[in-house]
Design a binder for this molecule. Structure first.
Ligand code: CP
Length: 308
């Protein structure tokens, strides 16, 4: 398989073998850093929406491979403010950079960018749609914790909790997990359940998705509890948001009966849904998860730029 020149837009574009290749490449880079791999290459980060982890870990990844970085994270400082279209912005940046990472509030923006750009586009999150590089790092994290995800054996039970309707990370991750024979539990406030399109995808792949009524049940039955924040910026009704926010929060006391091997993941940022006291438990793994973003994004950059 070749990754050179390939766009990274949606996890649905990647077969199981592709995913395993990315994970193996990330593992190699973690064991054997390649500080000159992308020397002379330039990455542009176009962030039309706020980000801490995705942008900074892409930038760190590029620097650690010897490449250089240009970009913006404040759209107000760009000519978008003067009315320049996304397509025209891309037509310019593709002439400056060898690879472009884009985050945008509109679903499908990364795919639109790929139709304009001659250089690889990497989707750093588009609206409530997809966040494929987060999914690669989530899978890398789960496979490091539980090698049987990829090696086979007793299926893992993965629980998704929180805002499953607007949370793009859970959409991408559910699609990817369909390659790996897991069991899925979901726990979400009414109206924020996993959209049918993703449930249908799982059903077609033979993946069992079981809604459960409480976080406590998810804690008791899972190997991995994947928490998400409520996406306030995508919520139509602020009053409804305030009401629901209090009901999806996990704390250390709720983990008293958890299996010892349970690990809690979260794409971050967290807001209210994981109490600080969880950080001190053996179950908290979300900061290590975010740390895995560096090698996984290094691998993606090395692959799409044809260097791995
Ligand atoms: N997980 C994630 O996408 O974080 P940021 O929004 O900070 O990039």
């Amino acid at each position: 398989m070749t990754f050179a020149g390939r766009h990274v837009l949606s996890i649905s574009d990647f077969a199981r073998a592709d995913i395993l290749h990315v994970l193996a490449s990330a593992g190699r880079l973690e064991r054997e850093p390649r500080p000159d791999l992308l020397a002379g290459r330039l990455m542009a980060t176009l962030f039309f929406e706020p980000s801490t982890r995705t942008r900074l870990s892409f930038e760190a990844a590029m620097h650690k491979l010897g490449g250089r970085v240009i970009g913006f994270s404040d759209v107000g400082s760009t000519s978008t403010k003067k009315g320049e279209s996304l397509a025209d912005t891309l037509r310019m940046v593709e002439q400056y950079a060898d690879v472009i990472v884009i985050r945008h509030p509109r679903d499908g923006a990364a795919r639109l960018a790929s139709e304009v750009s001659r250089v690889p586009i990497i989707n750093g999150g588009d609206g409530a749609n997809q966040h494929p590089t987060q999914t690669f790092l989530d899978l890398y994290t789960i496979a490091k914790l539980f090698p049987r995800l990829v090696d086979g054996g007793e299926p893992l039970t993965i629980a998704f909790a929180g805002d499953l309707r607007y949370g793009r990370t859970v959409h991408s991750l559910l699609v990817a997990l369909c390659h790996f024979g897991v069991r899925v539990l979901t726990v979400a406030p009414r109206g924020l359940e996993m959209p049918d399109t993703y449930l249908n995808h799982a059903f077609t792949a033979g993946i069992d998705v079981e809604p459960v009524p409480s976080l406590q049940e998810a804690v008791r039955r899972s190997d991995v509890l994947y928490m998400t924040r409520l996406q306030e910026e995508r919520f139509p009704d602020p009053l409804e948001f305030g009401h629901i926010k209090a009901s999806y929060r996990i704390n250390a006391a709720m983990l008293a009966g958890a299996p010892a091997h349970l690990r809690i993941l979260h794409p971050l940022p967290r807001v209210n849904e994981i109490a600080i006291d969880v950080d001190r438990t053996e179950h908290a793994h979300y900061f290590a998860q975010a740390g895995n973003g560096i090698v996984v994004r290094q691998a993606l950059l090395g692959l799409v730029l044809g260097k791995m």
